[in-house]
Design a binder for this molecule. Structure first.
Ligand code: SF4
Length: 312
């Protein structure tokens, strides 16, 4: 049983993706209202070795020796991976030992103002930064950043990263109708996209409850309107949980275990993590599908969001 590796998880974009956790839950430079992992408990831009390099390298080496190669190794986890000051060393460790496995980095991109962070990611194959706002007011509202961050700083970091990085950049934009769906924000986002020049833009929206009450997801029609409004040919919609089931690494046994546990009593994602020993990101992938299929429903209570089985 690994402590810092999880999955491989079924990912529509990255196939069978082995996750690497480089920070504990939930160390992040943002506290996004839509975060599926829960509220940020340590809001910071301080970089340090939150999870020791040696421990991650040891687990990776064990995995390489004992398991088939995944389609990707992905730095993701339950917080912002670039906050780990050894991320570059972990990346180099993978490239030295398994140069044929591509590495992806899921990041909020807020630390890209730091040249060192940009340099440390230079050997990644794909970087998937997020950008949900192009104005300061919306950035503050939707992403609730650490004090040192501004929207301008985030955007400039992404522009600089694009100039230096030779791999692929897939920019993810999370759309929430009450926050960033108005024409003014969309227009500014479009101008920002033109400056960043990502290889592709991926529109996402809420599958399940965020950290604040009464958030609504965008409809597919709304996401399609954005694509027309921007008139770009490299935008795609990735908010489609049920399609995840067709991915080879989708584990029906994991889905059944989650559903059976929830049938016994309603659980939070943390409860499921404790009971099933699965990583929170992995659990989230299956909950997305179960909710989209109308088999479970979330109920917000004092201790957090509980998932309960629906009697259809
Ligand atoms: S950046 Fe990612 S992990 Fe951090 S709060 Fe936002 S969604 Fe959650």
């Amino acid at each position: 049983m690994y402590k810092y590796l999880f999955g491989p998880v079924p990912s529509r974009r990255l196939g069978m993706s082995l996750g690497v956790d480089l920070v504990p839950k939930k160390v992040c430079s943002l506290d996004c209202v839509y975060c599926e992992v829960g509220k940020t408990t340590k809001l910071t831009v301080e970089r340090k070795e939150y999870i020791p390099y040696d421990k991650v390298a040891e687990e990776l080496m064990h995995y390489f020796k004992n398991s088939p190669n995944p389609d990707y190794i992905t730095f993701s986890g339950a917080g912002e991976p670039t906050l780990n000051s050894r991320i570059g060393d972990v990346l180099q460790f993978i490239k030295q030992n398994e140069p044929n496995i591509p590495v992806a980095v899921l990041t909020n991109g807020t630390l890209f103002y730091d040249k060192k962070v940009r340099r440390e990611l230079k050997d990644a194959d794909i970087v998937l930064p997020s950008l949900d706002a192009a104005t300061e007011a919306t950035f503050q509202k939707i992403n609730q950043p650490a004090l040192q961050l501004t929207s301008e700083k985030q955007i400039q970091g992404l522009v600089d990263f694009r100039k230096e990085f030779t791999g692929k950049i897939w920019l993810e934009i999370f759309i929430l109708p009450e926050y960033n769906y108005n024409d003014n924000e969309l227009l500014k986002l479009k101008k920002t996209i033109d400056k960043i020049k990502p290889d592709s833009i991926q529109l996402n929206t809420l599958d399940r409850p965020g950290t604040v009450m009464n958030l609504h997801s965008a409809t597919i029609a709304e996401l399609k309107r954005i694509i027309n409004f921007w008139n770009l040919n490299n935008v795609e919609i990735i908010a489609a949980a049920p399609q995840r089931k067709s991915i080879q690494s989708y584990r029906n046994d994991a889905e059944t275990a989650i559903l059976e546990t929830i049938s016994r009593r309603p659980c939070t994602t943390d409860d499921l993590k404790e009971i099933l020993g699965m990583h929170i990101n992995e659990i989230n992938k299956y909950l997305d599908v179960l909710e989209a299929e109308n088999k479970i429903r979330p109920v917000r209570q004092e201790r957090g969001i509980f998932y309960q089985k629906k009697d259809n």
